[in-house]
Design a protein around this ligand. Structure first.
Ligand code: ISL
Length: 554
């Protein structure tokens, strides 16, 4: 199966379906919902980590890569899920978190116990000569990226005199990929799941694995991320992993999650000749509502910047022969519907416009559970409604920095990762059809937005199904070239796809008010291929309704 005509459906297992009533989703729950997943027409299901984990970062702190978290099920449940999906032609994509392990992983525990072999799996360093931390890097979840290695004295200094690196939570120790044994263990993990029938893998923050030795301070006052991101060794290690594991399977599909990356690096990661990865996620287009590049701020999205990024990435990856993963939502992002659309006044229109905007692009679209029924951010009212470590830390930091609690809450409300982690809304019941117990995170608007309603009377779900099926049947969508159209239009994203004499013009209004766009003469007698408003005559100067999308095929 080619991944160019495929769509991937992302499931956050903790929140998809709870089959036991404990309030946490599980693998059996996903098995129950296989008919629904199959009805979407997707080729793969990406499952967020369900491995044993102390849960410091909702499963991204893995303490055993080759087992299932008892809250989520057993290996037998996993095998059943793989076969149930396979029966419908749907593959499983597993989430490999190999930049770091949980500090409760056996490897880290044995390092703590003093075994040199395992100390060499991690970045364990003494402070600098002046007593300061080994580097000035900051954790992506706040604070320093270095934590005391082992027990501390009353001043909080490590008795060992050493620190370990954690680019994320202190419970997530970075693995030292310079160590060939670490790389071999990583390949073993991938091969363990391959042996259970898995052909697709997502690699978490994989552009952080090739840090440049010796680890060095970032220049003072400057973003530290470039210091340890996209280093040349990332390519070396990816090729090695490819060769030692998934690359042995001609049908494997891989996606690398690339933190703060560049077009150039992503071309190299995904050019087939390089034998690294099939495609990449980047996040630049989801930072156009970060004031001054800072996440924990309030800002209306900059639509021109969004267009520029989408166009530049499409053109850049196309020119270099690379391939992009296309997405608006995932388990780390607030719902795109609330950021770029209008969930109150134009839920259907904006949800379908956003869907068309990326499903008709060059790349492989990803649908995050609930997006296909128009789920939006929960209407939480206090910080206690949030579970995520990042949101709670951010709230505390915002208050410390002098924001009043109300404003800090508004910021967290608009950006928190829990916005997308709320339970899947299957029906209008108190547990939203997700659980018969108390959900670990509360749903809030299941009365209006749920699968049962969408399947009988809704308009968003059918629209998604059509887009997913069109990609399979329409080479101009899966294979066509990409060319921006009206790149300076302030309200409308538009582009033209071309393939073997066919052309598709895609028009997407990002505004809740009317706007206009010029349609090239030769598209005026085109077939209206996709549209989210009733049919009307086409004119050279076309007025667009709120969040209208239109794709014309000639
Ligand atoms: O740094 C970023 C963007 O420039 C972040 O978006 C970063 O890529 C992201 O936070 C990484 O996310 C992934 O790894 C984390 C985990 O918490 C997330 O859930 C996962 O998607 C650590 O494993």
């Amino acid at each position: 199966m080619s991944f160019k005509d495929a769509v991937v459906y992302q499931i956050y297992p903790r929140s998809f379906r709870d089959s036991t009533g404990d309030g946490v989703g599980d693998l059996r729950g996903i098995v129950e919902k296989v008919p629904y997943i199959a009805s979407l027409g997707v080729a793969y299901v990406w499952l967020n980590p369900f491995f044993p984990s102390p849960g410091k970062d909702n499963g991204y702190d893995v303490s055993d890569y080759c087992a299932i978290d008892p809250d989520m099920g057993t290996l037998e449940d996993f095998d059943d899920l793989v076969s149930a999906l396979e029966a419908h032609g749907v593959g499983v994509m597993l989430d490999m978190v190999l930049n770091h392990t949980s500090t409760e992983h056996e490897w880290f525990q044995r390092a703590l116990a003093g075994e040199q072999r395992y100390r060499d799996y991690f970045y364990i360093r003494p402070p600098k000569a002046d007593g300061s931390l080994p580097t000035n890097w900051v954790s992506k979840f706040g604070g320093s990226a270095w934590a005391p290695f082992g027990p501390v004295d009353e001043d909080g200094r490590p008795l060992s005199g050493e620190y370990y690196l954690h680019l994320f939570d202190p419970g997530q120790a970075d693995l030292d990929w310079h160590n060939p044994e670490v790389r071999a263990r990583a390949a073993e993990v991938v091969n363990f799941w391959r042996a259970r029938g898995v052909q697709a893998f997502r690699f978490d923050v994989v552009n952080l694995i090739g840090k440049t030795e010796p680890l060095q301070d970032a220049p003072v006052g400057v973003d530290d991320r470039p210091t340890y991101t996209d280093g040349p060794l990332v390519h070396t290690y990816l090729r090695e992993l490819n060769e030692a594991s998934f690359g042995q399977d001609p049908d494997s599909v891989t996606v690398g999650e690339m933190s703060s990356t560049s077009i150039g690096a992503c071309v190299e990661y995904t050019r087939p000749e390089n034998h690294e990865l099939s495609m990449v996620f980047n996040f630049h287009h989801l930072k156009v509502d970060y004031a001054d590049g800072r996440k924990w701020t309030l800002m209306e999205p900059d639509i021109l910047a969004l267009k520029r990024l989408l166009n530049d990435w499409s053109l850049g990856l196309q020119a270099g022969g690379g391939w992009n993963a296309l997405f608006w939502n995932n388990h780390d992002q607030p719902r795109a519907l609330d950021r770029f659309g209008d969930a109150d006044r134009f839920r259907y229109e904006s949800a379908t416009m956003l869907a068309a905007a990326i499903h008709l692009m060059r790349g492989t679209p990803y649908v995050y559970m609930g997006e296909e029924i128009g789920m939006s951010d929960p209407g939480y009212t206090t910080i206690d409604d949030y579970v995520d470590v990042e949101a709670r830390n951010a709230f505390a930091e915002l208050v410390d920095a002098g924001h009043d609690e109300e404003e800090a809450f508004r910021i967290v409300h608009s950006k928190a990762r829990d916005n997308s982690r709320t339970p899947m809304q299957w029906d209008s019941s108190a547990g939203s059809g997700f659980t018969d117990g108390t959900p670990w995170l509360q749903p809030t608007n299941q009365a209006e937005v749920n699968v049962a309603h969408e399947e009988t009377a809704g308009r968003i779900l059918p629209f998604y199904k059509r887009l997913i099926s069109l990609r399979k049947s329409t080479p101009v969508i899966s294979e066509g070239d990409y060319e921006p159209y009206a790149p300076d239009h302030p309200d409308v994203l538009a582009y033209i796809r071309r393939h073997e004499g066919r052309r598709l013009l895609v028009i997407c209004s990002f505004r809740g008010h009317e706007t206009e766009i010029d349609v090239p003469e030769d598209f005026l007698d085109g077939e209206v291929f996709v549209s989210n408003y009733p049919a009307r005559p086409l004119r050279p100067r076309l007025s667009l309704s709120p969040y209208e999308t239109l794709a014309l095929l000639v």
